[in-house]
Ligand binder design. Structure first.
Ligand code: UDP
Length: 358
């Protein structure tokens, strides 16, 4: 593909240090792109808030106060920066070292990196990791796309469609994973999985209701981002057969997920992609998801899972009752074909090459 190795500076999300789970799927996307770029001979340096738990990748840890997550704010809220902002500190670091790199890649869903783009001499690419949530951010994203064509990537068309004023063509960077890290399981136990940040936009309560209605135990894994939301669920469904296992490492998580009959995806928002979908499919686990956002472009309805009416718990239950029609081999094969780390690397390299004019 690429003829010349690139020198890439990846700037991570500023809502949490890498490996803590606070950044959600963007952590895994960044990790997989970085690993694959290094494997292909590119130089990569990753800038993260201090406190990262990864020790196998080249990290620069920057101190400072974390950014508030965009999902917890109203659409018309102004942009908020804490005192001693880690986001600002990370971009100050990038400003100082920019001449050592060919390309800076921004993974933060925040206003500042877009605003700063014209002030950098090194080109800046932006991976937009969520759908539209804030008027101020929408505006600067669209403006950046106009002023620097080709530098914006979105995960899926469903995600890009949430930005109504986006007229420039954008690059689609669907995610990918190292399939060899996910073990295939032919015969699951009588249990279902739910994976992700525990936060209202993920609609965990609908998964809990499925467990209550079907009586099939639900294994819940992920970072508790909103503790009062989680407590409300526990109070509202005291008899549902659920078990919370914590925020697990990829290795531990896939051990549980692969033994589940299905993964439930119950998101209330337009999920930009849904890394958890490809992780479950890689283990041979069908995904039953609301037909909303990225999962629409990942799950083949009736073949690798079911896409059901958004917010319909009875639709999810129907999916569970029809799981015997899904071939778990087909689930795994769909990831091997479309969402491998090689496919991700090809897409990312194509994007970087197009920006750098290779
Ligand atoms: N995850 C994890 N351990 C857990 C539960 C989830 O590492 O116990 C990771 C999972 O691998 C995935 C991310 O959390 O990469 C959730 O990403 P997704 O794209 O599904 O949603 P987002 O959080 O970005 O909205």
């Amino acid at each position: 593909m690429t003829t010349k190795p690139h020198k890439l500076l990846f700037i991570s999300t500023s809502v949490g240090a890498l490996g803590t789970g606070l950044g959600g799927g963007v952590e895994l996307s960044l990790r997989n792109i970085a690993q694959e770029m290094l494997r292909r001979g590119h130089k990569v340096q990753i800038v993260t808030p201090a406190g990262a738990t990864w020790n196998d990748l080249p990290l620069v840890e920057i101190p400072g106060n974390l950014q508030i997550i965009a999902q917890s704010q109203e659409r018309t809220d102004p942009i908020i920066m804490p005192e001693n902002s880690v986001l600002a500190n990370m971009w100050e670091y990038a400003r100082q070292v920019q001449t050592d790199y060919d390309l800076i890649v921004n993974f933060a869903y925040d206003w500042l990196p877009f605003y700063l783009t014209p002030f950098f001499c090194c080109p800046v690419a932006h991976l937009v990791s969520m759908g539209s949530l804030s008027d101020a951010l929408d505006k600067i994203i669209v403006q950046t796309g106009k002023n620097f064509p080709g530098t914006l990537a979105f995960h899926t068309a469903a995600q890009a469609e949430t930005f109504p004023t986006l007229t420039q063509p954008v690059f689609y960077l669907q995610s990918g994973i190292d399939v060899s890290l996910y073990e295939f399981c032919e015969s699951p136990k009588r249990q279902l999985a739910w994976l992700g940040r525990i936060s209202p936009e993920k609609g965990l309560e609908d998964g809990v209701r499925v467990a209550e209605i079907t009586g099939i135990p639900l294994k819940i894994m992920g970072k508790i981002q909103d503790a009062s939301y989680w407590q409300n669920i526990l109070q509202e469904y005291p008899n549902a057969p659920i078990e919370y296992l914590g925020f697990l490492s990829q290795r531990e998580m896939q051990k549980i997920v692969r033994e589940c009959q299905a993964l439930l995806m119950t998101h209330r928002w337009v999920e930009a992609f849904g890394n958890v979908a490809i992780e479950a499919l890689a283990c041979g686990v069908p995904v039953i998801s609301y037909r909303r956002g990225g999962p629409r472009e990942i799950i083949q309805d009736g073949k690798t899972g079911f896409l059901v009416e958004p917010d319909s718990v009875s639709g999810l239950v129907d999916g569970v009752l029809n799981l015997s029609t899904i071939n778990r081999d087909s689930c795994r094969r769909s990831v091997e074909r479309d969402f491998s780390v090689t496919a991700l690397g090809d897409r990312a390299e194509k994007w970087f090459d197009s920006i750098l004019g290779n």
